[in-house]
Design a protein around this ligand. Structure first.
Ligand SMILES: [Zn+2]
Length: 301
């Protein structure tokens, strides 16, 4: 049973919005693309965990702190006698382990995910001790991308390769598991320890005047210009979106980037690059947000 679902982080959503509206530096683009890829991989793994049929509690995307160290858990599965700790990687291409280092086939060194898993395991154990739970933790490093190849794979049963994933889930389902109050208490404790604000975010500085105004495709980020009056169509990826949802999405995006700013019809009009008539903006905003103030001073909440 999934107790905590996964959503795109605020950082990822901000970077997505900024990527359409300003020219990110190459390293910022890379960071954004890695975040997106990581998220997509985790969602892919969620698809596998949905096939777990034994009694279990699954907590996704936990941000915890122990001993002044933050750590992020991709997926945690609590079963009767074991807690499974999953570190999910969506790497693509050919990699190998070289002693304690992890490298791409061309020799470029990449942060060793096994060390990251070790660190998470150690901090999670300390946290379990601290909150008084004595349940063993089994750590796994999961590579989900079917286009990932690992050469020279150490004989480490903690590493799950894409070709082992089905079998692994099958094995998990062969275990016996009956949960009791203790397990629910553990999951509640973890959920209440979850931090919502990440200390690691790397969002570039942005100013309203510098951001491109307009409506951008939610799928590929291209500016949306083709408008039939009811539906926008992306010239790049052919995705269609109706007026109302495109407008609400843009307003939410403004709110995400400028949570403290008041929203008026004029601001929304400008933010969307004038693609929506003000009459439409007023109507959609009235249906979906609360209006405060009067006349030209009215704003939406
Ligand atoms: Zn598109």
């Amino acid at each position: 049973m999934f107790l905590k679902n996964r959503y795109e982080s605020e950082e990822l959503r901000v970077l997505k919005a900024l990527n359409s509206r300003m020219d990110l530096l190459e390293k910022e683009k890379q960071y954004y693309s890695n975040l997106q890829k990581g998220f997509d991989g985790e969602v892919m793994f969620d698809g596998y965990l949905q096939r777990i049929v034994i009694q279990s509690l699954i907590l996704n995307d936990l941000l915890l702190e122990q001993n002044h160290s933050h750590f992020q858990i991709d997926s945690l599965m609590i079963s009767q006698s074991l807690t499974y700790l999953f570190e999910v990687k969506n790497f693509e291409g050919e990699y190998y382990f070289d002693g304690d280092t992890f490298k791409k086939i061309n020799g470029t060194e990449v942060k060793n995910p096994l060390l990251q898993l070790e660190r998470n395991l150690s901090l999670l154990r300390q946290l379990f001790n601290y909150i008084g739970f004595k349940i063993s933790i089994e750590p796994y490093l999961v590579f989900v991308n079917p286009d990932f190849t690992l050469y020279n794979a150490p004989l480490n049963r903690r590493i799950i390769l894409p070709t082992n994933l089905n079998r692994f889930i099958h094995q998990l389902n062969n275990n016996k598991s009956a949960l009791n109050n203790q397990h629910s208490r553990l999951s509640e404790q973890l959920l209440s320890s979850h931090l919502t604000k990440s200390p690691f975010t790397k969002v570039p500085k942005y100013e309203y005047s510098q951001l491109r105004k307009g409506l951008f495709c939610h799928s590929c980020g291209t500016v949306l210009e083709e408008y039939s009056g009811r539906v926008f169509m992306c010239n790049n990826c052919s995705v269609k979106e109706n007026t109302k949802s495109a407008l609400i999405r843009s307003v939410k995006e403004f709110n995400l980037l400028y949570p403290l700013e008041k929203l008026s019809t004029n601001i929304v009009y400008e933010w969307c690059g004038g693609v929506f008539p003000k009459k439409t903006i007023r109507q959609v905003m009235k249906e979906n947000f609360i209006i405060s103030g009067y006349g030209q001073w009215s704003y939406y909440e």
